[in-house]
Design a protein around this ligand. Sequence first.
Ligand code: MN
Length: 239
Amino acid sequence: MFDIVGDVHGCFQELDALLTQLDYSPFNHQHPQNRQVVFVGDLIDRGPDPISTLRLVMSMVEHKQALCVMGNHDDKLYRYLKGNNIIPKHGLKDTIDLLKKEPQDFGAKVFEFLHNLPYQLLLDEGRLHVSHAGLPEKLHGINNSKSRSHSLYGDVDGTTDANGLPIRKDWAANYKGSRIVVHGHVPVKEVTIKNGVWDVDSGCAFGNKLTALRYPEMTSVSVPALKNYMPGHPFGDSP
Ligand code: MN
C-alpha cells in the first residue's frame, strides 16, 4: 500500500537509504509489492541536497511511484518562482542559489511540479488522510483558504512565542474522526500518535532521523541522519 515519508528537507542521502531499505528502486520505478510512497511535503531547505531530492521525488511522482502534498517550505519556493515578493530565509536562499545553477528548464519543471501539488490527499477509499501539517476532519476534502493554510502551517493564528516561533494549537487533541490522519511539519524525536493522528516528521535535518510510516501496517522504518544540518538550532527550532 503506502509508505508515508516525513519531511525530507534536502536530506537526499538519507532518503535514498530509506527508499532502498523499503525495497524501492526509484530510478526503475518499480516496487516488488507495488507499494507507493507518499511524501508529506517540505522536500527542500535546511539539508544539503534539495536539488537531488526534488529530481528524485518529481521522477517518482511522474511515474506514479509516489504521491506528494505541498509543505510550507515547498509553497514558499513556489510563490518565489511565481514572482511573488518573498524574503528567502529558513534555508530557502540556499535552495534558490542551488536551483539557479541548474539548467533553466529544470526550474520550469520544478515550478510545474509545485504548481500541481495537492494540499491534502484522501487515500485507501477515504480511510487515510495525508497533508503536511494535518487537518481536522471538518476540513477533509475541502479546498479553501482555511484548509490550505491549516494543511501548510497547522492551527496557527499569527501569534508567536518568546523565541519568535509560531504558537501552534494542539488540534489533534480534539480529533475524533474515524480516518487515520498522517502529517509531518512538527519535528518529533519519535513518531507520535494522538487520537489516530500520526506525526511522521522525525527531524532528519535536525540530526535525528528520516522515517516512513508503513500503511496499513502502521509500523515505521527509519534511517539515522548523517549529521545535524541545523547546528546551533535546538531540535525543531525553526518554522
Ligand atoms: Mn518541515
